[in-house]
Design a protein. Structure first.
Length: 334
């Protein structure tokens, strides 16, 4: 009986000891976790305290770096501003009367220029797109329209000078964007200015149906974001030139100080190369027959026939009838 009681006490002691050991292990783990949390709390508190106690301003190295960046950006801004200002066209502060006087002076100056062959580039009554205010017209622009008209005059003058320098043969037309009020022609109005022809788009040639694709209709519109930064002036010029003159004109236009973008170019030969060669042979044969003997005329004609086989010689090619549309972009605030 005593042994049985001892066994019970021993078993209960073992169970109690195991329970105490388990409780001690759990307590130890909880104490360790608590200490780790306390350490993390104290560390976070020290970091927060160091942030609150640190200086408000950045380090001296950071201050110097920011100052260097500021100087570099200011220099870049100055260069860009100077470049854009060089390409801009300032609208003159003119009255309508003074603008018309400046217009007449500029047109006379451009019309008086002559080519290397001492031939005038334009006809005597050429008005460079300002037909409404020149000639027998006594019209004056509205005061509000004068700044933009003066701007257009400057642009046309600059582009025409480049075309002259490219050694074109003849300037045939100049068209500007007409924005003035009452630009429609009145019936029976004397000396109504003729509206220059714009270049024909591929979708509007004779015998074709104009395209109504929405993407095509929107392709010519300026992005609304860009319209707040710049304006666009579209000008169209018609002229005659050799192929070398056309290439020179394109190169000079894209190299202008103003931001000029060539939007379209159309050109056709003003004559037939083969027919021109035949006419030269006939004229040569006729002239030789009047001045020389039949034998000499035959020999000369033979030489001219051999020479006129070169129908692709650039110097003997017919002139090109060219229509060029350019977009001139002017930046605001420079």
């Amino acid at each position: 009986m005593i042994n049985r009681q001892k066994g019970i006490f021993i078993g209960a002691g073992v169970v109690l000891g195991a329970a105490c050991l388990g409780i001690g292990v759990l307590f130890f783990n909880a104490l360790s976790t608590s200490r780790e949390a306390e350490q993390q709390r104290d560390l976070a508190y020290q970091e927060l305290k160091s942030l609150y106690q640190s200086k408000v301003f950045p380090k001296i190295e950071n201050i110097k770096r920011i100052q260097d960046d500021q100087k570099e950006l200011e220099a870049w801004e100055a260069n860009v501003s100077n470049f854009l200002a060089k390409a801009s066209v300032k609208a003159d502060d003119l009255t309508p009367v003074r603008f018309k006087q400046a217009l007449q002076t500029t047109v006379r100056e451009l019309a008086s220029k002559k080519s290397e062959a001492l031939k005038s580039f334009v006809a005597g009554n050429f008005k460079f797109g300002f037909d409404r205010y020149l000639g027998d017209s006594d019209s004056l622009p509205q005061t509000a329209d004068v700044p933009k008209l003066a701007q257009q005059l400057h642009l046309i003058q600059a582009v025409v000078r480049e075309l002259y320098e490219a050694n074109i043969t003849k300037l045939t037309s100049v068209e500007r964007e007409t924005f003035e009020a009452d630009t429609t022609e009145r019936p029976g109005r004397p000396n109504a200015p003729a509206r220059p022809m714009r270049p024909t788009t591929p979708g509007s040639r004779p015998g074709q149906t104009p395209s109504t694709d929405s993407a095509t209709m929107k392709s010519d519109a300026m992005n609304p974001i860009l319209s707040s930064l710049l304006t666009r002036q579209r000008l169209t010029f018609g002229f005659q030139a050799k192929s070398s003159g056309l290439m020179a004109a394109m190169n000079r236009l894209v190299a202008m100080d103003a931001f000029v973008v060539i939007s379209s170019v159309e050109f056709t030969k003003s004559g037939d190369s083969v027919m021109a060669a035949e006419e030269r042979k006939k004229a040569s044969a006729k002239g030789s027959g009047e001045k020389k003997t039949a034998r000499t005329a035959t020999a000369t004609t033979a030489v001219d026939v051999t020479r006129d086989r070169w129908v692709t010689d650039p110097e003997r090619e017919p002139l090109l009838d060219v229509i060029v549309s350019v977009d001139v972009y002017l930046f605001k605030g420079v």
